[in-house]
Every structure is written in structure tokens, then in C-alpha cells.
Write a protein that binds this ligand. Structure first.
Ligand code: OGA
Ligand code: MN
Length: 339
């Protein structure tokens, strides 16, 4: 059967940006800092009310956040690195040290089940680089089933409190009510890694936005339409950036054809200690004291050097989703739709 030649427009652009020889031009890559694309990347005014949880989650005040929309892609938004230096360190470290631990699931489990990947990488004092490079993803909460793409109540573990709280703060900034982080894929990319074109449609609730947090090295992110024939836009995503995929953009094809060296290392800026006076009320975090100490222990450059070494040649992406409808507590619950 003849395929329409437009069918693979997404693939053509993917291959263009993936290529090393010849190197792709960055001219059409949308960057929020580049004034050459003012009609394609438009700054918006976000919620300027403050949320007293921000600094305890490694975030700057809402007042200094920069929010952008993409007129060619309704529902797609980008918040340009709202993290503090210590905040970047906190989340990078969580993705390496804590999230890959059991009972969470990683790609390595298929080969050999490791309880604590990061610890195992450094078990004899030196770095096991082979094992370090093996980690490609970790799943949290409702564990994504890569084969069936179906979530199951039988394959669900506790979603990390801190990531639920972070997602809740982002949802409150964007004025999404009723948002709940219930599943996440943490992706680990090396300089030559790519993520091919896909849509994320396993969630029962496709009305809820998807939050995508990136740290470490930069990436070219492609967002197309609901068919692969749509020519995708290329967007530069840098450490600390949060991409929000909502409405139409939530169900569009997307991919990561290339990892690029970061222009700076924001995880090495302003790593100042936080004081635990006047703790805010958290929705998910049960032990705010522990949160403060896990933030503050990252100010020690020596302790932090292992994580720095990792992130110097990797990109980490926390891809957070709401799975259920607002009135469900698990997949078996009936769905009531208010009309
Ligand atoms: C995903 C995804 C994009 C990224 O995990 O589904 O699309 O930026 N990740 O890594
Ligand atoms: Mn995706």
C-alpha cells in the first residue's frame, strides 16, 4: 500500500535533529531566550499570588517565574527554570539516589533486580560506570507498563510525597484545581540518547495536564500534532525548565531527538542554606524537618560531587501525570462525569 508522503513528517524532522553529521541548524529551534521567535514563543503573566511552600521545594517565588505559551501549540506552556541552585541539586539527587530504589521499578529490573541502584554503583568506593550508564528509566506511583500501556491497581506503589507536593505547587501556579500527581516516569538520558515519537494516552484522565521537569544537560524537544503527518516544532529545554502539556498538546506526538551540552550549570549557583523557621502547611509532605535537611545537605560541594559528575553528561526528566479522574481513588472506581 502506498503511504502518503506526508505521513512521516515527524520522522523527517526527528532524523534531522538527531543527526550529528551534518549537524542540525539551531535556527528554527524555539528558545524562550531567543528574540528571533517572538511570534512563536509568547510570555504570559502567571499567578502572582505567593505560595509559601516554594522555597522549601527548591523553587523561587512565583513573582519571578517566567511563563511562556506557544501560539502554534495550544495547551503547551514552558516555565523557564523556576528552581534555586539548591533546588536543582535536591531534585537531581532525588532522581539518582532515591527514586530508583525499590519498590520503584527501573529498566534494569528486566535483567537483574537491584534494590538500590545508586548505592550499588558506588558500593566499593569507586564508581561502577557500566552500571551507572544502564539506568534509563524509573517509574513511580502507578507504574507505566511499557508493553500494554495499561496502568493497573495491582502495579501501584506510593507516589513520592515531595514530587506530589512540587507538582501541586506548579498546579496552583497555573490555577489548575484538583490536580493530583499519581504516576511518573523518570527518564535518564546520556549525550547520545533519544526518545522516539509517541503520545502519552495510558491515563484515564487526559484532561489533566502533564508536567515535565528537566535537569542537567539540555535537549531538543519536538512537539507535533495528533498525527505523525504534522510537522513538529523544535523547542530548547534546559535545566530546571518545566514543560506543561495540557488540552490539545496533552495528546500530541512528541519526542527528544537530541541532547545538547548545557550552556551553564544552574545546579552550581546560589546553593545557600535554608532556615526552618515558619514552616508552611504541606499537602503531602509529612515530615517538613526531613525535607529541610535533605535540601541543606546538598550545599556541601564534596558530597554533591558524585551527582555533579553524573549530571555533567546526562539529562534527567521527571514526567509527571495524573492518572485518575477527580472522583476516583483507584482505577476500579466508577467514573462520574458532572454535566
Ligand atoms: C515521556 C517524555 C520527554 C522528555 O517520558 O513520556 O515524553 O523531555 N519525556 O524527556
Ligand atoms: Mn511523553
Amino acid at each position: 500500500m502506498d503511504q502518503n508522503e506526508n505521513d512521516d513528517n515527524f520522522m523527517k524532522i526527528f532524523k534531522y535533529y538527531k543527526s550529528n553529521k551534518p549537524k542540525p541548524s539551531m535556527e528554527n529551534v524555539l528558545s524562550v531566550e531567543d528574540k528571533n521567535h517572538v511570534e512563536k514563543v509568547v510570555p504570559l503573566i502567571g499567578n502572582s499570588l505567593s505560595d509559601n511552600r516554594t522555597e522549601f521545594l527548591g523553587l523561587k517565588n512565583f513573582q519571578s517565574w517566567q511563563l511562556y505559551s506557544f501560539p502554534g501549540h495550544p495547551g503547551l506552556f514552558l516555565i523557564r527554570n523556576p528552581f534555586t541552585g539548591i533546588g536543582q541539586r535536591y531534585w537531581i539527587r532525588k532522581c539518582l539516589e532515591e527514586y530508583p530504589r525499590k519498590p520503584n521499578i527501573t529498566n534494569i529490573d528486566i535483567e537483574v533486580v537491584i534494590d538500590d541502584w545508586w548505592r550499588e554503583c558506588y558500593i566499593d568506593g569507586t564508581c561502577n560506570r557500566q552500571l551507572l550508564k544502564k539506568l534509563r528509566w524509573t517509574t513511580l506511583g502507578y507504574h507505566h507498563n511499557w508493553d500494554t500501556k495499561v496502568y493497573s491497581d495491582n502495579n501501584r506503589t506510593t507516589f513520592p510525597e515531595d514530587l506530589a507536593e512540587l507538582s501541586d505547587v506548579v498546579a496552583s501556579y497555573l490555577e489548575y484545581s484538583g490536580y493530583k500527581a499519581e504516576a511518573a516516569i523518570v527518564n535518564y538520558y546520556h549525550m547520545k540518547s533519544t526518545l522516539s515519537a509517541h503520545t502519552d494516552h495510558s491515563e484515564v484522565n487526559l484532561q489533566a495536564p502533564l508536567f515535565s521537569f528537566s535537569f542537567g544537560q539540555s535537549a531538543i524537544f519536538l512537539l507535533g500534532g495528533q498525527e505523525k503527518s504534522t510537522v513538529p516544532s523544535a523547542i530548547l529545554v534546559q535545566s530546571g525548565d518545566i514543560l506543561i502539556m495540557s488540552q490539545q498538546a496533552r495528546v500530541c506526538y512528541h519526542a527528544v531527538p537530541k541532547i545538547l551540552p548545557a550552556k551553564s550549570s544552574p545546579w552550581d549557583y546560589d546553593s545557600k542554606v535554608l532556615i526552618d523557621n515558619e514552616m508552611p502547611t504541606f499537602k503531602y509532605i509529612k515530615s517538613p524537618k526531613n525535607l529541610i535537611s535533605s535540601l541543606n545537605c546538598n550545599t556541601d560541594d564534596k558530597i554533591w560531587s558524585k551527582y555533579r559528575d553524573y549530571v555533567r553528561e546526562s539529562r534527567i526528566n521527571m514526567n509527571v501525570r495524573q492518572v485518575l479522574n477527580e472522583n476516583q481513588t483507584n482505577l476500579a472506581d466508577p467514573v462520574f462525569i458532572d454535566k
